[in-house]
Design a protein around this ligand. Structure first.
Ligand SMILES: *Cc1c(COP(=O)(O)O)cnc(C)c1O
Length: 419
């Protein structure tokens, strides 16, 4: 599409936008009595207006029924996760039995590692992207040490080539091949949190399997952002959070995918608790752990119903719209941001920056800002554009298809031109 930088063009795009009405389903934070331009949905997604009533329902049942809410509430808490499973499965492209909503993200990553990182003296390495989100780095480091290995030898990080900002798929695949049968696990993010690069989950998984390793993914920045097809991509396991693109509130509950070829194997080692025990005999409180079939067998504690209620409300919106439409609008919105950035840079010589996010992306753009980057960031924030600053000099912005408008992008572009 041939974009234009004037206001009427942005208004026209909003008019043609099939998803424009969804903005009203969210609370938009205010700045000086106006909607902010909220570009940090990759960090904390906005609150759906339906969240409060979903939460209120569970508070009501608790208020009126007490413990009886487990079986007699409107949404019985005993198997509360099942209300979320079908929607979560659709979101990540899996069978319902392959997903479960539980715990928090890094906790789930550790739980998955218990089952899927079982190093031997020959096969002990983990291949991962260099510069991964710190929590994932710490998880890998401490898992490796837990098994008695030295992270320096066991963790292989793949970095971009000199003077490049993102990874080439060929380099990832080559590294996997090169380390061959010393690799136990290939662990990547779905979308890189810093650069916004979308990784090729299908190819990375295939390469991992070809050397006899397993493939796991942290989809914190991918779930609700890009189209996922975890079952068909043959991914072994994946984890994600609900509070970024999935708009389910600070500290919100996490999701887990376990491919069915593992999910129905009761012999896989795991750390168990009563909520993962066979549902039919869970309350008999007997000795001997019998896992539920599928991902549900990795549950440990009883469901955190209050945060799950909010997540459920949010997932309903994704279910209603479907990822195809979200991705389609996201692409256009993202291109429009890029257009405004480039347009502003041509008109305003003060702006010096480089977009480091490759074409393989979701809706995040990362801008390597020049020496005055922090000043530009402060200027945007002071003018009601909420973006994210990452040391040493990257501004990240995520135009989110469910609630950002093309006028948001125009307002951002205008501020850049006037900077
Ligand atoms: C946001 C994010 C986390 C945060 O982990 P929590 O356990 O939810 O605090 C971890 N890993 C990645 C890749 C993330 O993007």
């Amino acid at each position: 599409m041939n974009f234009r930088s004037d206001e009427s063009f942005a208004l026209q795009l909003d008019k043609e936008d099939q998803l424009s009405s969804y903005r009203e389903r969210f609370y938009i934070p205010q700045h000086k009595g106006e909607d902010t331009v909220y570009f940090t949905g990759n960090s904390l997604g906005l609150q759906p207006r339906s969240a409060a009533s979903a939460l209120e329902q569970e508070l009501q049942d608790w208020q009126n029924l007490g413990v009886e809410g487990h079986f007699h509430g409107k949404n019985p808490w005993f198997h509360y996760h099942k209300f979320l499973t079908p929607k979560a499965a659709k979101l990540v492209g899996s069978k319902e039995s392959e997903v479960v909503i539980m715990n928090n993200l890094t906790v789930n990553l550790h739980l998955m590692m218990v089952s899927f990182y079982r190093p031997t003296s020959d096969r002990f390495k983990i291949i991962m992207e260099g510069g991964a989100f710190p929590s994932d780095q710490y998880a890998m480091e401490t898992q490796v040490k837990f098994h008695g290995f030295d992270p320096k030898q066991a963790i292989v990080e793949v970095f971009p080539r000199k003077d490049e900002y993102h990874l080439r798929t060929e380099d990832i695949l080559e590294t996997i091949k090169e380390h061959g049968d010393s690799v136990a696990l290939v662990m990547f993010s779905g979308v890189q949190y810093y650069t916004g690069q979308m990784f090729n989950i299908h190819e990375i998984t295939k390469a991992a399997h070809s050397i006899g390793a397993l493939a796991g993914f942290d989809l914190a920045h991918a779930a609700g952002n890009i189209k996922l097809d975890l079952h068909n991509d043959n991914v072994d396991f994946a984890v994600w959070c609900s509070y970024k693109y999935l708009n389910s509130g600070p500290g919100g509950v996490s999701g887990v995918f376990v491919h069915e070829r593992h999910g129905n194997n009761p012999d896989l080692p795991r750390f168990a608790g009563w909520w993962g025990h066979d549902e039919n005999t869970r309350f008999l409180m007997k000795k001997g752990f019998i896992p539920e079939k599928g991902a549900a067998g990795w549950q440990i504690s009883n469901a955190p119903v209050l945060t799950m209620a909010v997540h459920n409300a949010s997932l309903s919106i994704f279910d209603e719209v479907g990822m195809d439409k979200i991705v389609e609008k996201g692409r256009l919105l993202n291109q429009f941001v890029e257009f405004h950035i480039r347009d502003a840079a041509v008109r305003n010589r003060k702006l010096k920056f480089e977009i480091i996010t490759p074409e393989e992306r979701g809706c995040q753009l990362s801008i390597l800002a020049g020496r005055n980057g922090k000043d530009l960031f402060d200027y945007l924030m002071a003018n009601g554009v909420i973006v994210d600053w990452r040391e040493p000099n990257v501004i990240r912005l995520a135009p989110v298809p469910l609630y950002n408008s093309f006028m948001d992008v125009y307002r951002f572009g205008q501020l850049l031109r006037e900077y």
